[in-house]
Design a protein. Structure first.
Length: 497
């Protein structure tokens, strides 16, 4: 369903005028605009001389997109070369489950060059047809099941290659406070920006906004129009339309949805970013410049949105108008998960003066954010591993340990070392040392309990006898990340050079 509002906002109309209000000012309080770097999830294309032409061609696209914000690109598919398809294949997860055709990453690679030549030929003569995604489910933190779509390896390869090409254009338009699934950006970049805003900015209120079932509600028609705002290559547009309508297979039956983009598809994150760039980012950036009385700080990672406000009146007005804005594009806020809370450097003092309790907490990207106190008595933003995420991770480890119950202790220890180290690599931030230590201790307990179940003799296994193995195999809890505002400053300084 089309809405006249979008035309009044100056987005995608037949004459293709563009609203430049989404541009980023020269000096933004806490957000910087990222450069058009390559996606770190995909291998670089400069490993051999034969691949050097791929980034050179895309660099020309980046420069043209950066120079002319109104340009529409009519010829992009030729940048999807056999070399880029090979790089896309090598960037896929090698142990990922197969799609509906049952072909694994290893099987596709047995005759890789021939497969890629055939795929490239079919793609450029218009004979390529995407397969339906295979339906799978994963558990969510709230106990519900999240539907995923597992695409065929060949479809993943093409989607990754096309996403790389489209990113060369869209990255020149995206705004600095958008962090999710973008080249050179990570969840910790978003967390650092948020921490810097809370600790240094005029943040007194936090709006934790949750878009209800975003990936299932995305409008195909609006998605197509947003793509056409910069892309005029009919072959690329046909591919996008084909992926949106490829369907999902479950229990041998294919269903076609009228809305939504499949979670798990390689093309879904860039399309989701594009959708929210038009629907939220440009609107929110313009709103804070035109309508806010005080400071407004924006951080978005995919569909996770955190907005910090100086004044409560701004926060309440923003929330109401955001609800209307999302509704115009077939989206809505989840009233159960969207919260406006008092939070920041002065929240505890202000609430105490009004006879209220401690400030509420909020969760963002796996961390619970808490208004705490430093050793010197000042404000300290405390970030701790979200308890729901922690319990879910421990349940997964317990189930996997039971599956590996009869493996040797060294084999179990080597696997646990990788798991614990991976957990620490993400969660080992300042103020989170106690949660890290608790996680390591619980993993050790689950390991002992699993070994005790192996035999009658295992019941006599004590913590004292097992401790040397735990101490040898499980990494010790220690902070691996710098203070967020320090890393945020360093990142801004590096981009300014």
């Amino acid at each position: 369903m089309m809405h006249g509002r979008e035309q009044s906002d100056g987005l995608v109309v037949p004459a293709k005028p563009r609203n430049n209000a989404g541009g980023v000012p020269a000096a933004d309080g806490v957000e910087g605009r990222g450069s058009a770097k390559r996606n770190p999830q995909q291998p670089t294309t400069r490993r051999t001389q034969s691949r050097a032409s791929v980034p050179a061609g895309l660099e020309r696209v980046r420069q043209a997109a950066r120079k002319d914000k109104d340009a529409r690109f009519t010829a992009l598919l030729h940048h999807v070369t056999p070399e880029l398809l090979r790089e896309s294949y090598l960037g896929l997860k090698r142990r990922a489950a197969p799609g509906v055709d049952g072909v694994t990453w290893q099987q596709y690679g047995q005759d890789l060059e021939a497969n890629l030549r055939d795929l490239h030929a079919r793609l450029h003569r218009g004979a390529y047809r995407p397969k339906p995604s295979r339906r799978a489910y994963v558990s969510k933190a709230n106990g519900r099941m999240r539907p995923l779509g597992i695409a065929a390896v060949e479809d993943k390869v093409v989607q990754a290659a096309v996403a790389t090409v489209l990113s060369s254009v869209w990255e020149q338009d995206f705004i600095g406070f958008s962090y999710g699934f973008r080249p050179g950006r990570s969840p910790h970049d978003a967390l650092d920006a948020l921490a810097a805003a809370v600790k240094r900015g005029r943040v007194n209120w936090i709006l934790d906004a949750d878009v209800r079932d975003f990936f299932s509600a995305v409008s195909h028609e609006w998605t197509q129009r947003f793509v056409e705002d910069r892309i005029a290559d009919p072959r690329i547009l046909r591919l996008i339309r084909a992926w949106l309508t490829a369907g999902v297979m479950e229990d041998g039956k294919v269903t076609w949805e009228q809305a939504g983009t499949v979670q798990g598809a390689t093309i879904s994150p860039p399309l989701a970013n594009l959708y929210l760039h038009h629907v939220f980012d440009r609107w929110a950036h313009e709103w804070r410049g035109r309508h806010a009385r005080g400071k407004v700080y924006l951080v978005r990672f995919a569909d996770d949105i955190i907005v910090g406000f100086e004044h409560r009146e701004d926060a309440e007005r923003f929330r109401g108008e955001l609800r209307e804005r999302l509704a115009a594009f077939d989206l809505e806020l989840n009233p159960e998960k969207t919260r406006l809370i008092e939070f920041g450097r002065f929240a505890a003092r202000n609430r105490a003066a009004r006879g209220l309790g401690k400030p509420e907490n909020f969760t963002f990207l796996g961390f619970t954010h808490i208004c705490g106190t430093s050793r010197k008595g000042g404000f300290q933003l405390v970030r701790q591993t979200n308890r729901t995420r922690l319990r879910r991770k421990l349940r997964e480890i317990r189930r996997e340990l039971r599956r590996r119950m009869h493996a040797s202790i060294p084999e179990q220890g080597a696997w646990l070392r990788r798991v614990v180290q991976g957990h620490f690599n993400y969660y080992a931030v300042p103020t989170n040392i106690h949660a890290l230590s608790a996680f390591r201790k619980q993993v050790g307990r689950h390991w002992i309990r699993t070994l005790r179940r192996r035999s009658q003799r295992g019941r006599r296994l004590t913590w004292q006898r097992m401790y040397p193995w735990i101490d040898r195999c499980l990494p010790r809890a220690r902070i691996l990340h710098p203070w967020p505002e320090d890393r945020f400053d360093a990142r801004l300084k590096a981009r300014a050079v």
